[in-house]
Design a protein around this ligand. Sequence first.
Ligand code: HMG
Ligand code: MG
Length: 301
Amino acid sequence: MTSSASFVRIVEVGARDGLQNEKTLLPTATKIELIDRLSATGLKTIEATSFVSPKWIPQLADAAEVFAGIHQAPGVSYPVLVPNLEGYARARAAGAGEVAVFTAASEAFNRRNINASIDESIERFAPVVAQARADGVAVRSYVSTVLGCPYQGEVPVRDVVRVARRLHELGCYEVSLGDTIGIGTPAKARAMLHAVAQEVPMTALAVHFHNTYGQALANILACLEEGVRVVDSAVSGTGGCPYAKGATGNVASEDVVYMLQGMGVPTGIDLDRLVAVGAWLAGQLHKPTSSRVTQARINMA
Ligand code: HMG
Ligand code: MG
């Protein structure tokens, strides 16, 4: 990837992935403030919350109140996670204009995460996508466990390709490839992306790395070199899935933006503002930030 490389879009998942596994339950007003602050950084896609079962993810039980409370900035989209038609209806009632469905490349993880097989989950998405099309609502999607599963171990690349292709064929405009437990390494990440891109256009793919083993930035760079231009990340490096044993936070948005800036790649994001949001969020969660860039800026201040 050269310094004249094209725009990279960051999908900020901190308000959803970032908060769904936190021990500290943030007040609704703080979640709204987080999203509003993120809206002022130049981000173009901010995943706002999740309309899943509140029994499964109590941290996001206030999804409707959060969504209704945010100030939607012009030109910014605010997708929300939905697992089924019930979630879609709740999301629409709250005013959501974009949704994201999610499944996995591993049966064992999917069963624990959404109590369904991969095929069953995709059957549940079909009416969601059909209704979304009728409503003019864009549908994003995720494939989890693309580089390994906490229950199954190795996940064959052909399974990732198959699930990604099905989501794209169903009508999802983007398929985000999730290293849910942050176990991947650059050559494997690149080979997986390369294989998926033989079946789904690269322009419809995104990457989503958790940073459990500290490989996320290296994996992202490898995938950028392979041609991907959409990267998911979470401000302050928050995140994790309660149904993915051992998974830690997402790669920090600040660190991704810093790396891209250093490479001369435009993102449209104001790094100073993003760092300020990350430092503020860490304070709200009463824990140190996981962003190395924010740590460095705090130490230098
Ligand atoms: P289930 O228990 O099999 O659901 O859960 P069910 O259809 O049998 O319904 C049982 C009850 O849940 C019913 O209520 C439903 O109304 C209710 P009851 O009659 O018992 O009172 N229910 C709902 N309530 C609110 N909103 C809904 C909804 N659906 C059913 N949408 C279900 C199945 C999918 C609902 C559940 O397993 C679930 O919500 N799972 C979500 C788990 C989750 O959110 N995980 C984290 C997100 S995925 C992730 O983080 C990975 C990602 O970041 C990428 C990566 O890193 O790889 C995206
Ligand atoms: Mg995730």
